[in-house]
Design a protein around this ligand. Structure first.
Ligand code: HEM
Length: 426
């Protein structure tokens, strides 16, 4: 804990009030349950999803915006100022981001579920304004971060992808209403690549350079290799976006191959960090993180196979599921498991008038074990259901996913509840 404590310990003054990041985490936990429930109730539409409005598109955005993006905003708002050693200029803008993005996402998912193009455009505007405001806050903080060059590079690239993906999302929603795009499918794939690999993927890889060494009590990965890994990942995203927009299979395949090289180097760096770390027993959260690491190259191989029609009739859907659930969601849940108790203990540490809170008190391990087992089973069963085009299998897997998400929400709720109690003056 020594490195972790020095990372956050000297930085207590840069922590936001606990209610700010935790409102994002609690919302993400609720959207997580809604995501699996929507999948469960509409498994017949999910297994062969090929785009277009309806429950499957709603499920996609409950996950991508509701869980991944909202949790990423909460985590970045808290961790970035600590990592860059620059406080946020003010607290109200990040609260405003919450009030735009969370209701915006809920409305967008409802409008997608009900196939209501007009409501979809209105909700898209609300969400996009929130995402752009977050981009401004994040950029302002990154601009002042001279000390973390690789993390900053990942951060800038992720922000650029976020702006483009939000613009593309808004245009796709408008296209349902007024038909402005010559090739809706190509534009949708560009949006997926910018969202999955660009915004979320680059953010996950960038933060890994700070968080994984912090958890393992290890030095940061070597700078030169990290720069090469970043350059490969960013070029793969840019090439993938262009290839999708131009509808060019060969360019997409080249992007996937460069992405595989970036993934191999990134995983090599992360495993090297774990090997050199002083802490070897990293617990349940690292089982999820390691699982997510396996899923990264698997997703890229599945994408390549789907490009050439080698992954069966639902290959595209399987690729999307592996990308957003197999890799990104698994990684995020592993990271949240680790940082939530830590942040809570930082906030609720012994200070005048408040009850001290122990780290070990915060992470109730029974819900976390249940969640990890359910999450792994749900990913495997639903992915198999999609590949074999078996609705019943996808529904059974989603039911297990609902149970896992409920267990995770229990964990988040318990931490939040204890934090509130510990912060109440006695
Ligand atoms: C302002 C926010 C967003 C809006 C307005 C939006 C809008 C849309 C629309 C209208 C589609 C339908 C495309 C089609 O007809 O197939 C779509 C698809 C999709 N979006 Fe978003 N989106 C947003 C954010 C995101 C984010 C942040 C992600 C990922 C991190 C994401 C991932 C996806 C995925 C995976 C699809 C499925 C594409 C397909 O297979 O057709 N979206 N989005």
């Amino acid at each position: 804990m020594a490195l972790a404590a020095s990372f956050l310990g000297g930085a207590k003054g840069r922590l936001l009030p606990a209610s700010v990041p935790f409102r994002f985490f609690v919302s993400a936990a609720v959207f997580h349950i809604l995501f699996w429930l929507t999948l469960f109730a509409n498994a017949e539409m999910v297994v062969g999803f090929r785009g277009g409005p309806g429950p499957a598109l709603a499920a996609v955005h409950l996950l991508t915006l509701g869980v991944l993006t909202i949790a990423a905003i909460g985590a970045s708002a808290q961790l970035l100022p600590v990592a860059t050693r620059r406080v946020l200029a003010a607290i109200w803008p990040i609260k405003l981001v919450f009030w735009l993005v969370v209701p915006g996402t809920a409305l967008l998912a409802a409008a997608m579920y009900l196939s209501e193009p007009q409501a979809m455009v209105a909700a898209a505007v609300l969400t996009i304004v929130g995402l752009l405001l977050f981009t401004g806050l994040f950029a302002d903080n990154l601009k002042r971060a001279g000390n973390l060059r690789v993390v900053s590079a990942y951060g800038w690239a992720a922000l650029a992808a976020l702006v483009l993906l939000a613009g593309a999302g808004g245009t796709l929603a408008l296209n349902y209403q007024i038909g402005i795009l010559p090739n809706h499918g190509a534009f949708a794939l560009t949006h997926v690549i910018l969202g999955g690999f660009g915004f979320m993927g680059l953010l996950a890889m960038g933060f890994s350079h700070v968080l994984i060494p912090m958890f393992a009590l290890a030095p940061a990965p070597p700078h030169r290799l990290s720069v090469i890994s970043f350059a490969l990942a960013a070029s793969a995203v840019a090439l993938g976006g262009i290839g999708a927009l131009a509808d060019q299979t060969a360019v997409l395949a080249l992007a996937a191959l460069i992405g595989l090289c970036a993934a191999a180097l990134h995983l090599h760096l992360m495993l090297r960090v774990l090997k050199s770390g002083m802490r070897k027993r990293l617990g349940l959260s690292f089982m999820l993180i390691r699982g997510a690491w396996v899923m990264l190259p698997v997703t890229l191989v599945a994408g390549l196979a789907a490009l050439y029609g080698l992954a069966g009739p639902n290959g595209q859907t399987a690729f999307g599921f592996l990308l957003f659930v197999g890799w990104l969601l698994t990684f995020l849940l592993g990271i949240l498991q680790r940082i939530l108790p830590f942040l809570a203990s930082m906030h609720a540490g012994p200070s005048a008038g408040s009850a001290p809170m122990l780290l070990s008190e915060l992470a109730g391990s029974a819900p976390l074990k249940l969640h990890a087992a359910c999450h792994a089973a749900a990913v495997l069963i639903v992915a198999t259901g999609i590949l074999l085009d078996m609705e019943a299998l996808a529904r059974a897997g989603s039911a297990i996913g609902v149970l896992g998400a409920a267990a995770f929400a229990w964990f988040v709720g318990e931490i939040t509840w204890r934090l509130l109690r510990a912060q109440t003056p006695r």
